[in-house]
Design a protein. Structure first.
Length: 131
């Protein structure tokens, strides 16, 4: 692991990509209704949750848990050959992860879950605990 990889993604992202530049490159998003449709149709995509383990234990909607700060060591778990939907609690951390992966690893197939698991609880499944 390099010194570069030991820092948080937020810190790496801020150093590598200017936030104004990132705003010019509009991030791709998927709504919770669109995600629900993909799940129902058994579409070929990967769902990745970048929250922490303790958050995952409170509420989860499927997908693979790769906490945000472990993403640099797990870039290989993000396929480049199919749609990857990244989510967190609200969409902020997943957005930072996507920006970092796009800027540093050339990803073009990443989608942020708009509103995160909170939107899922509001619009799809109220049994998912909000925290």
């Amino acid at each position: 692991m390099t010194k570069f990889e030991t820092k948080s993604i937020s810190a790496l992202y801020l150093k590598k990509v200017d936030r104004e530049e990132a705003k010019l490159n509009k991030m791709k998003e998927v709504t919770v209704k669109e995600l629900n449709g993909l799940m129902a149709s058994n579409a070929d995509f990967k769902l990745i949750d970048v929250r922490e383990q303790n958050e995952f234990e409170i509420a989860e909607i499927g997908g693979e848990l790769i906490p945000m700060n472990s993403v640099p060591q797990n870039v290989d778990k993000f396929p480049k050959d199919k749609q990857v939907i990244v989510h967190c609690r609200s969409g902020k951390r997943s957005g930072d992860v996507i920006n970092w992966l796009e800027a540093n690893h050339g990803f073009e197939n990443l989608y942020n879950l708009k509103g995160g698991i909170l939107a899922w609880a509001d619009e799809i499944d109220p049994s998912v605990q909000k925290y």
